[in-house]
Ligand binder design. Structure first.
Ligand SMILES: C[S@@+](CC[C@H](N)C(=O)[O-])C[C@H]1O[C@@H](n2cnc3c(N)ncnc32)[C@H](O)[C@@H]1O
Length: 276
């Protein structure tokens, strides 16, 4: 049983998110996931696969191991890491013959400079890290990448439809009475925790034109994440020594080149190459 944060304790983004990731129900969700999350992820993996083939691959924030088979199909020289011990254990159970390590993306000190040809931080995992530490992660990834190495990650879109979510009674209708009953029950059961979490977690919100910190609907409004505009993300990558090669929409899987083109995407997949 994971103890909730005490009401009296002022939450911070990191402790809120760590608590959400290590909950047994969250671990179970990520352990069951399979395949790509969206057409953008599939397109991004296809884009990087050829060049990374048989070369060393680092899978950051591996969770329950959804991406493990997707990336091991590119290269058997693979290591997955996660800072949530329960995720590491679940992932090892799912993929017993695979190297999965307990490690924080902000400190990749156990890896040497230029160790990997490809680093991946999938499913907006980087967004659980605050603005200042995001720079630390970008710098660490840059360090462990080979000179022509690539970083593939996804990030919530500051100007996308997902920004500013609040708990609401929205039922995914079905004509099947069993499905409809089950969905109604699930919705009603999640509304209480969602409102409680939202009331607490929204206090951590910050809104700026190019980025925001917001409580997000995932895990009953249990996490607080960064939303970054396309131009701000490109700026951060360039500042750290990356050249952005592709930005792909989560909705269409198509490349986007500006904020207007990205507006329908809840999140964006970035493929960036290390500039030596
Ligand atoms: C949204 S889940 C995605 C899990 C998996 N990549 C997937 O796509 O199914 C984000 C994962 O990133 C991990 N994570 C978040 N911040 C991290 C950090 N600083 N270092 C390592 N892992 C982190 C969390 O523990 C969680 O397992």
């Amino acid at each position: 049983m994971i103890a909730p944060l005490p009401e009296s304790q002022t939450p911070d983004m990191d402790s809120v998110n760590r608590l959400a990731w290590r909950r047994p129900d969250t671990v179970q969700i990520y352990q069951r996931l399979q395949g790509c999350t969206d057409p953008g992820e599939q397109a991004a993996i296809d884009y990087v696969a050829g060049e990374a083939r048989t070369r060393p691959v680092l899978d950051i924030g591996v969770g329950g191991g959804r991406t493990t088979p997707l990336l091991k199909a590119i290269s058997a020289d693979y290591v997955g890491i996660d800072y949530t011990e329960a995720m590491v254990l679940a992932c090892r159970r799912q993929h017993p013959h695979t190297r999965i390590e307990h490690m924080d993306a902000r400190d990749l000190g156990r890896f040497t400079d230029q160790q990997f040809a490809l680093a991946v931080f999938s499913f907006n995992g980087i967004d659980a890290i605050d603005y200042a530490d995001r720079h630390t992660v970008l710098r660490e990834v840059h360090r462990v990448l080979q000179d022509d190495g690539r970083f593939l990650f996804s990030a919530h879109n500051r100007h996308g439809p997902g920004h500013g979510e609040v708990p609401r009674l929205a039922l995914d209708f079905s004509w099947n009475p069993l499905k409809l009953g089950w969905r109604t029950l699930k919705l009603v059961r999640s509304l209480g925790p969602s409102w409680r979490n939202h009331r607490r977690n929204r206090t951590l919100g910050q809104t700026h034109e190019e980025w925001a910190v917001q409580n997000c609907a995932a895990h009953d409004f249990g996490i607080v994440v960064m939303y970054t505009s396309l131009s701000e993300q490109v700026r951060q990558l360039q500042e750290t020594g990356f050249k952005v090669e592709q930005v792909l929409s989560s909705e269409t899987g198509q490349p986007v080149s500006n904020e207007d083109g990205a507006r329908s995407a809840c999140w964006l997949h970035y493929v960036a190459r290390k500039v030596a």
